[in-house]
Design a binder for this molecule. Structure first.
Ligand code: TXA
Ligand code: MG
Length: 358
């Protein structure tokens, strides 16, 4: 793995509202560094990505080094124009075309057969497939266009940490390890794109995300959810599925039950002298007595929970709690992605009201 030398990390602040990013000198400078084989973080509609020229192996290796990412976990290639797809993949099945027309630009990553000799094998970790998406964010699109490159970009966090939804998160993890970050404010959706395998007979969700299973099924009929916990023995279809992710520094448990049941768990830990955190929503914020009670969004609109989830997990790292109890959410719509990320953050530790524990 390439050693990371301490570098000065540029911060380019841009406006993410107007659609004229191509004229911004900041975007031009970031694009020029990408052309020179440097790594640059930028906002997308889901989370911040850490971009590099996907055709340049040395550049791509810098992503893995900066993140401390295992090299068998492949990266998503980001494009800005539909025509770029043909230069990267060897075939676009009809079903993929239908999805592209409906959901691109947007938080849907498609796994397609890779065209040989264009995208670095380091991006695809030696697989015969490649993950591609077109982000729906004016800054991301302007940067990709200006660079003229397909950009490999995983989330711009240190491996295992919650994904960044603002430039400050990127700097917390990667300051001094990357050439720069384009700061376009908060990202919006807050959880990563849905990863959909289109190389199998029935399209299969490898990671739930910004586009729900229900929305996909409406357009293409049957969709399989293959994102459930993978068996250790089986080689995971999406290598990213096997790693612990998004973890706050303190251990976390997901609680299925009422707020009063969750409070009894808190009280037991505090009686043992432990400092306890609670991850809740605005509705229940005033209910809990604990050492840190943090709300991420409102239960009445799970999109607000998705958009604040990673920031809330990071906020727990600023506290001195020994353990975090998190409320659970209905696993439907965007709730599927929220619960997937929470379960990973908790290392799949759950407590169900009515079942015996301790
Ligand atoms: O929203 C997003 O998708 C963000 C933004 C920056 O675009 N990106 C992102 O990238 O979440 P990353 O690297 O953190 O996650 C990529 C996921 C991993 O789970 C990886 O294993 C999977 O996509 N993946 C990439 N290429 C694959 C392939 N050829 N086959 C199966 N899974 C693949
Ligand atoms: Mg990631």
């Amino acid at each position: 793995m390439v050693e990371v030398n301490k570098v000065k990390t540029n911060v380019w602040i841009v406006d993410n509202v107007v659609d004229k990013q191509h004229i911004y000198p900041q975007i031009k400078e970031a694009a020029r560094l990408l052309q020179c084989g440097e790594v640059v973080a930028f906002p997308t509609e889901t989370v911040y990505g850490l971009g590099a020229d996907a055709t340049n192996t040395t550049a791509v290796e810098k992503i893995f080094a900066a993140k401390g990412r295992p090299s068998d976990n492949p990266l998503i290639v980001h494009i800005a124009r539909r025509e770029q797809l043909e230069s990267i993949v060897s075939d676009v099945p009809d079903i993929a075309n239908t999805l592209i027309e409906r959901f691109w630009p947007g938080p849907l990553t498609l796994i397609l057969p890779k065209k040989e000799g264009v995208i670095s094998d380091r991006v695809t970790a030696g697989l015969s497939t490649v993950a591609v998406r077109m982000p729906a964010h004016p800054v991301a699109l302007a940067l990709i266009r200006e660079s003229g490159l397909p950009l490999a970009a995983p989330s711009a966090n240190r491996s295992g940490r919650p994904s960044p939804t603002m430039a400050a998160h990127v700097l917390d993890d990667l300051d001094g390890r990357i050439a720069g970050v384009v700061d376009g404010g908060e990202t919006g959706i807050g959880v990563e794109s849905t990863v959909l395998d289109c190389t199998v007979k029935v399209p299969t969700i490898l990671r739930p995300g910004g586009i729900t299973k229900e929305a996909l099924a409406e357009v293409i009929g049957t969709v399989v959810d293959g994102s459930a916990v993978t068996n250790e023995q089986e080689a995971p279809k999406s290598p990213g599925m096997k790693y612990t992710h998004y973890a706050p520094k303190s251990p976390m448990m997901i609680v299925y039950g009422s707020p009063s049941f969750l409070q009894t768990l808190v009280d037991k830990q505090r009686a043992l002298g432990k400092k306890v955190g609670v991850l809740t929503t605005e509705e229940n914020l005033a209910f809990y007595r604990a050492d840190a009670v943090l709300a991420c969004g409102s239960r009445h609109d799970l999109h607000t929970v998705a958009s604040h989830l990673y920031d809330t997990l990071r906020q727990f790292d600023q506290t001195d709690v020994d353990i975090i109890y998190s409320e659970s959410f209905p696993a439907e719509g965007i709730g599927t992605a929220i619960m997937n990320r929470l379960q990973k953050a908790a290392g799949h530790q759950v407590i169900v009201e009515g079942e015996t524990h301790f």
